[in-house]
Design a protein around this ligand. Structure first.
Ligand code: NDP
Ligand code: MG
Length: 369
């Protein structure tokens, strides 16, 4: 059996690094054939030395969009892992699916911004979309071969982030440093902030809506501080199936590469129920974390609602990380932007990208520089 070629978009990031760990453990099964980074040429250079891909490039400079597309459609790539951050990943997801690839999707923003376009690209090009996000990987695994019609409800778990139990006034003024201290997962900065505001969970509800073709009312969220249960599927007969594991993205990455098969891997931490101890569940505090409901409401408006929410959030998070916006200010400016622009049209790629740009400009106008 020849090793399957993997293109990794965003190879220098948290997901990219975990994916290269997985690939390194299975040289007979996988080989890195294309690697991209955005700006970190030195880190990419190291990876190129170690993995000798047929193609590599930086997406941050002139012609950056072409670098992502070349990697996403590389002839040696059987699997395309999209692990870039933000709406910038959309076109690569579309191109890889059009080219018939298996897309291991970490870049959830692709589906949030252009869910319908992504599904159409897969249908047209014959590509398959397999989630890397741990909750969606859990749902895929828990569903087994059951048809969507046998599912009553999905329950996505959320760690609750670093401020799960903090008083509302402490949360509003939380520092960047405290926000980046995630209790259970080690991830890139943008998704770590999204986990603290619960914007990440709204992006994941939207992602689940498209991936599993379920109505909004059938997707719930529960807080589970230990991050051991990665999500639940409730079937129409009342049976509930969950997928469990020690939090490590290497497992969902490996599964996205092998689904529906499994590959033995001793590098992934094993779950010991006694050592892990109690598993607890709580309701989301919507009054303290308004981003969850806000994102879902924006998506339910249809059109460019979700794209506007996503773009506003991306810009607000970057201002928060730069010290120009408070933690509470993130939901304030995103809320204002969604109220203003959330009903823009969003049928076509161009309409969605225009709405994305308008939302970014709107947030820039709201944040004092
Ligand atoms: P990181 O910030 O750690 O890495 C991002 C990667 O993408 C880097 O290689 C970076 O390059 C590159 N990149 C940054 N900006 C752009 C851009 N505008 N265009 C193209 N490439 C870019 O992020 P994560 O690995 O944490 O997350 C990646 C994606 O996976 C996100 O969509 C996130 O939501 C999703 N995800 C992540 C999880 C995790 O555990 N980390 C879990 C579930 C989903 P450079 O190094 O040069 O800046
Ligand atoms: Mg997740």
């Amino acid at each position: 059996m020849t090793a399957r070629g993997v293109a990794i978009l965003g190879a220098t990031g948290s997901i990219g690094t975990s994916a290269l760990n997985v690939i390194t453990r299975h040289p007979d099964r996988f080989r890195a054939v294309a690697l991209t980074a955005h700006a970190n040429g030195a880190a990419l250079g190291e990876l190129v030395k170690r993995h000798a891909p047929a193609f590599s490039g930086l997406s941050g400079g002139d012609g950056g969009a072409d670098v992502l597309l070349a990697a996403a459609t590389h002839p040696d790539a059987d699997i395309v892992l999209n692990a870039v951050v933000g709406a910038a990943g959309l076109d690569a997801t579309l191109a890889a699916l059009e080219a018939g690839k298996r897309v291991a999707l970490a870049n959830k923003e692709s589906l949030v911004v252009g869910g319908q376009l992504v599904l159409e690209a897969a249908r047209r090009g014959g590509g398959t979309l397999v989630p890397v996000d741990s909750e969606h990987s859990a749902i895929l695994q828990a569903m087994g071969a059951a048809p969507a019609s046998s599912v009553r409800r999905l329950v996505l778990t959320a760690s609750g982030g670093p401020f799960r139990a903090s008083p509302a006034e402490v949360v509003r003024t939380a520092s960047v440093q405290d926000t980046l201290r995630h209790p259970t997962w080690s991830m890139g900065r943008k998704i770590t902030v999204d986990s603290a505001t619960l914007a990440n969970k709204s992006l994941e509800v939207i992602e689940a809506h498209y991936l599993f073709d379920l109505p909004w009312e059938s997707i719930d969220v529960v807080v589970h501080p230990q991050s051991i249960v990665h999500s639940f599927v409730e079937f129409v007969d009342g049976s509930v199936v969950a997928q469990l594991g020690i939090p490590s993205m290497e497992l969902p990455i490996l599964y996205a590469f092998t689904h529906p098969e499994r590959l033995a891997d001793m590098g992934i931490p094993r779950y010991d129920p006694v050592a892990a101890g109690s598993l607890t569940f709580e309701a989301v505090r919507h009054d303290v974390f308004p981003m969850l409901a806000m994102g879902i409401a924006a998506a339910r408006r249809g059109g460019a609602g979700a794209a506007v929410f996503n773009a506003a959030n991306e810009v607000a998070v970057s201002h928060f990380l730069a010290g120009r916006l408070s933690f509470g200010g993130i939901s304030d400016v995103v809320g204002e932007t969604v109220d203003m622009l959330g009903s823009l049209a969003g049928m076509t790629r161009q309409e969605l990208l225009d709405a994305d740009q308008r939302a970014r400009a709107h947030v820039e106008g709201l944040v004092p520089c």
